[in-house]
Design a protein around this ligand. Structure first.
Ligand SMILES: [Zn+2]
Length: 262
């Protein structure tokens, strides 16, 4: 099993990060950790170096954070990503998050930087890891529609729609050849469950988004990467197939999608 989206650099792992990774090595094939802001890059690259063939990384700037960084800082972050290309298997997470960013200017900046990160991924021949979340005003502003339009305009081909909840646009995304990854949200959300139901196993990957989203639903409890097993079980239930099949297929998908050198 491969956890294709987690955040190993988070403070929640400061006390026992190496132990967590060792435990994961016993239970998982590989993990892809996601550095979501420039201050996370160094620790993330170190983890890759320390755990060759097991910890892989993507780096970008999470849409929720983009307003915190000046143009010069974003440019610098992109330079670091470009220079660290060999330590990376993707660019991200990037995308649109209208949940907390409600101003027109903030959302416009998200769209501009998202397009820039997609262009960077294309330039480096790396996949792009995409985070999309709507605000409550979704009748007026649709982050899913905006994000998919940007990806199409920029001719993005290798796309992971992380924790994808945009049911209405799923067919279009799958038609573009993109992948969807599911996490423990599907243990509780019918709508996210339906995305999994309607995504062919050939296009599905598993993730945890750890340290968040513990399978128990307890927001206080730290999740770890082995929590991906609970997601696999739920996918098997939703699709009414054996968990072994979910494991084999999604692991193969992740290796092929990120071109992992195990
Ligand atoms: Zn994430």
């Amino acid at each position: 099993m491969i956890d294709t989206h987690c955040h190993l650099e988070q403070k929640a792992y400061d006390a026992d990060r190496d132990e967590v990774v060792s435990r994961c090595k016993r239970e998982l094939t590989a993990v892809v950790t996601c550095a979501a802001k420039p201050s996370d890059y160094e620790l993330t690259f170190e983890l890759v170096k320390k755990n060759p063939g097991f910890v892989f990384a993507v780096a970008g700037i999470h849409p929720e954070y983009v307003e915190q960084f000046s143009d010069a800082e974003v440019e610098q972050a992109m330079k670091v990503i470009e220079n660290s290309k060999d330590s990376l298997v993707g660019v991200g997470e990037t995308g649109l998050d209208y949940t907390f960013v409600k101003t027109a200017a903030g959302r416009k900046r998200q769209r501009e930087l998202f397009a820039e990160f997609v262009r960077l991924a294309n330039k480096l021949n790396l996949p792009v890891v995409v985070h999309i979340r709507n605000g409550e005003d979704k009748d007026e502003a649709d982050a899913f529609k905006d994000a998919i339009e940007i990806l199409e305009r920029e001719s993005a081909e290798r796309v992971q729609l992380h924790m994808f909840g945009g049911r209405k646009l799923l067919e279009r995304a799958l038609g573009n050849g993109w992948y969807v990854s599911a996490n423990a949200i599907i243990l509780r959300s019918k709508s996210y469950g339906k995305v999994v139901r309607d995504t062919p196993l050939e296009r599905l990957m598993l993730e945890t988004d750890a340290p968040w989203l513990h399978p128990s639903g307890d927001a206080e409890q730290r999740n770890d990467l082995t929590g991906v097993a609970a997601v696999a079980e739920r996918v098997a239930e939703i699709k009414n197939i054996a968990v072994e099949e979910v494991d084999a297929k999604t692991t193969g998908n992740a290796i092929a999608f990120f071109r992992l050198k195990l």
